[in-house]
Design a binder for this molecule. Structure first.
Ligand code: ANZ
Ligand code: ZN
Length: 804
């Protein structure tokens, strides 16, 4: 067959679409399979080759599942609220809505040109009101259940984007949107109480099939810590300074205390503090640093000793100095610590610098050099002396603290509540109303969606307010409770809101009565396999699991966990091995590859380039190699002349069916393609193959290269009515017995040394094997004049002749 991808790719894309081949059918009696990919943000730059790789795994699995008889849901939509569109709109004086819809059209065309088997009837965009209606509705449920609260605290703020960011959005001290440094500012913001779900988010990981690396990232991000809260009296006051420690066993070794520079206790006792101006100066210095800088272990310890205020060790009754230092964070524990320099390295460095006493309470290490953090016998510790196990000491101390009312057991999480409002335009309006009489009131459910009003100027104000605040018609409203004049909340939701539940909407995308019909949710959920980026593990994955657990708790969905299985893809690097970026000029546009080599080549190459989960550099040579492979595949129709199946080819076929089937399941796409390349070579070597051989081959290749194989299927007469598609034909099965070779190369040994090698049928009888082995000239040479004492033959493995 002549291979003309330019003709056949659009032809089959159109035929599949017209015949709704990829349509997911609600309530079909077939077993369901829901495959999900991270829906794209429709940026102006269009599709990236990274999208192709990220989507290809679930694409291939979906196509295989359909051929295995599953009712497959493989949907796509657009995560279309967010800053880039808004920034672009500001720059070009256009409207983010128009830009977004235009980008969506562009993206759709591009995705379709690659032949992904999405059910396009279920497409939606999070920025359209029929979708964000339900994002707002879920927010209202969260609010009703006490999971939305407002608090004035230190938050991450990006001065460049002019937005408050969540912790997840400012990892490593950088803004997730613009990658500039974030600063800590005290602001009044809306939070979602994700910490209330910390334990459920941890526990849920035991019930899902995620790679260990993903589980570990979530676990350490949530950062559950068990320890104790202990009260330290402030000398000469009634005040008790509460600290959080994981090592209450070391209480006898506490020689000073440290509070975070922002700790409110300082302001309260301002009048007693003699060096207040030093305190203030230090505070200002700290405010300039990012939390990331402050928590770096390797950094010079700084701090100020509070003059005029001291604490008391509640166990020993000894007076101890009080410091402020930036290595203690206001946002963790209580913002105050007991310092045990002998056994905590940060406290150790601080004590050395400020000349504080170091009391060893656990035997071991070399306290002259560094803190000892290991286990050992307790010393200098009163009633704990002699204990040798940290666990026992902690338990005993906790008992004592509890009994005396000085302390209590406690848990802490590194994860913080989710700062949820953005002071920008292009996001879901938060459906809250501020009434001077009734307080904060929800927009009534029947008034949802609360529509984003059209605006002319999206520029965020220098006053830190969202552009919505400048629209009196939007802001001024009546209180739904008392009917009096009230004002609307003008902030919008963060980018991650829409993606926190989109997989549910795919189950019932056009419903205007509920976010999704319960019966449909029960049919489709959970997602059977979700593939996405590693960079979303501590953002979107965590957020969406949180929303889903919440919806489960209020009885809206049928499982606590949304995704039964999750995997990730490795990045595609530029040909130079660097991350693709515009500035480096090493970006590959997938559409260029489609135009030059065809979608099937692009798809095959992206899956062939290496281990799916690893990063791999782009190679033009290898793209061409994949194209040549497909050219040769097309040529197979010319050798479809054999009447009878060759036994060796049959064995090769069964082996390949097994390999490709297993490899796809294990996401080893590259070795699946390699196996098909090997099979193609065997076919070519054989010179002729049967029609059945060819059919099996194109079925196995079809998830990777669906257009060329669909064309070949028709070419050999398998699609007479134009509607009998290969794409939904039956996946080949194999016979385990036949996966073994018909013939094998076997070494002929004389006294254990290989003297020749011969090809034998694996079931070749003993007599025949021996006589053929002995007939080899180089074997005969070693047998001459000798007496044969033993002949060993294991079919397909060993032929050894022992002589004397
Ligand atoms: C005394 C002590 C002795 C500590 C010792 C450790 C070792 P994780 O495991 O991460 O929860 N800490 C508590 N609050 C802090 C804050 N706001 N900023 C900085 N450090 C803080 O760590 C808990 C430990 O980190 C606590 O236990 C406390 O130091 C410190 F040999 O208390 B520890
Ligand atoms: Zn930013």
């Amino acid at each position: 067959m002549k291979y003309n991808f330019k003709r056949i790719e659009p032809k089959w894309q159109k035929a599949w679409e017209e015949n709704k081949v990829f349509q997911a059918v609600d309530f079909s009696p077939k077993p369901k399979w829901y495959g999900l990919v991270e829906f794209p943000y429709p940026s102006g730059a269009g599709m990236h080759v990274g999208h192709i790789k990220a989507y290809s795994s679930i694409e291939i699995l979906s196509r295989k599942r359909r051929m295995q008889g599953y009712n497959v849901l493989f949907p796509i939509g657009f995560d279309s609220f967010g800053l880039p569109a808004e920034n672009y709109a500001i720059k070009t004086n256009t409207h983010p809505h128009d830009i977004t819809e235009k980008n969506i059209r562009h993206f759709t065309e591009q995705l379709k040109s690659v032949g992904f088997s999405f059910d396009w009837d279920r497409e939606f965009a999070t920025s359209r009101k029929d979708y964000y209606h339900w994002t707002q509705w879920i927010f209202e449920k969260l609010f009703e259940h006490g999971l939305v609260f407002r608090s004035k605290t230190l938050v991450n703020y990006c001065p460049h984007c002019k937005v408050v960011l969540s912790n997840e959005d400012s990892q490593g001290g950088k803004c997730d949107i613009c990658h500039n440094d974030v600063v800590q500012l005290s602001k009044d913001v809306w939070f979602l109480r994700i910490t209330q779900y910390a334990d459920k988010l941890l526990e849920g990981l035991d019930h899902v099939d995620y790679p260990e690396s993903i589980k570990q990232q979530e676990i350490s991000w949530i950062g559950k810590s068990t320890g104790a809260f202990v009260d330290f009296p402030l000398d000469g006051t009634d005040e008790k300074l509460e600290i959080y420690t994981t090592r209450c066993d070391t209480l006898f070794g506490v020689t000073f205390m440290v509070v975070a520079p922002e700790h409110p206790v300082l302001d309260k006792y301002k009048d007693r503090i003699k060096n207040w101006s030093d305190v203030e100066a230090y505070r200002q210095e700290c405010a300039k640093k990012t939390e990331f800088e402050r928590t770096q272990l390797v950094k010079d310890k700084t701090g100020v000793k509070i003059d005029g205020l001291a604490a008391v060790n509640p166990i020993t009754g000894k007076k101890i100095p009080l410091f402020i230092a930036d290595y203690v964070m206001m946002g963790y524990g209580t913002g105050a610590i007991m310092a045990v320099p002998a056994h905590d390295q940060r406290d150790y460095e601080f004590a050395k610098k400020f000349g504080m006493e170091i009391i060893q309470v656990i035997k071991g290490g070399d306290i002259e050099k560094e803190a000892y953090t290991g286990d050992g016998e307790m010393i200098n510790s009163g009633f704990l002396n002699g204990l040798t196990n940290k666990k026992d000491s902690i338990e005993k101390m906790l008992e004592y603290l509890t009994e005396k009312g000085i302390g209590r057991k406690g848990v802490q999480y590194k994860m913080k509540d989710w700062a949820f409002n953005r002071q920008r335009y292009w996001g879901e309006p938060i459906p809250l109303i501020h009434c001077p009489k009734c307080g904060t009131v929800l927009v009534p459910e029947n008034e949802l969606p609360l529509e984003l009003p059209p605006v002319k100027n999206f520029e965020p104000g220098t006053d830190g307010q969202s552009p919505l605040a400048k629209i009196p018609e939007f802001v001024n409203c009546t209180c739904p409770k008392c009917g009096g004049p009230a004002k609307r909340e003008t902030d919008t939701m963060p980018q991650w809101a829409g993606s926190s539940w989109y997989f549910l909407r795919f189950c019932d995308p056009h419903n205007d009565k509920v976010f999704a019909d319960r019966k449909k949710l029960e049919y489709w959920m959970p997602v059977d396999h979700y593939n996405g980026g590693m960079e979303h593990v501590t953002r979107h994955l965590l957020y969406s699991r949180f929303w889903h657990h919440f919806l489960y708790d209020i009885g809206e969905v049928n499982t606590p966990e949304p995704y039964a299985k999750r995997t990730y893809q490795g990045m595609i690097l530029g040909a130079d091995g660097e991350k693709m970026s515009k500035s480096k000029g090493n970006v590959i546009d997938p559409v260029d590859i489609v135009n030059e080599y065809g979608a099937d080549t692009l798809r095959t190459y992206v899956m062939f380039m290496g281990d799916y989960a690893s990063a791999a550099p782009w190679s033009d040579e290898s793209v061409k190699g994949c194209r040549r492979f497909l050219d040769r595949v097309a040529g197979l129709t010319d050798i479809m002349t054999a009447e009878k199946e060759d036994p060796q080819i049959e064995a090769d076929l069964h082996k390949t069916i097994k390999k490709v089937s297993d490899d796809i399941e294990n996401m080893k796409f590259n070795t699946a393609i390699a196996a098909l390349m090997t099979l193609l070579n065997e076919f070519t070597k054989a010179g002729s193959i049967t029609k059945a051989d060819l059919i099996t081959f194109i079925k196995l290749l079809s998830p990777f290269a669906p257009h060329i194989t669909e064309e070949m299927w028709q070419y050999i007469g398998m699609n007479p009515d134009g509607k009998t598609f290969l794409t939904v034909s039956e996946w080949p099965s194999y016979d385990e017995d036949k996966t073994r070779d018909a013939e094998k190369e076997i070494g002929v040994q004389v006294n254990g040394k290989v003297r020749a090698s011969i090809r034998l049928a694996v079931d070749c009888p003993r007599e025949e094997a021996l006589s053929r082995g002995k007939a080899e000239p180089n074997v005969a040479k070693y047998l001459e004049g000798k007496t044969i004492v033993k002949e060993i033959y294991v079919p397909g493995r060993i032929l050894n002749i022992v002589v004397k």
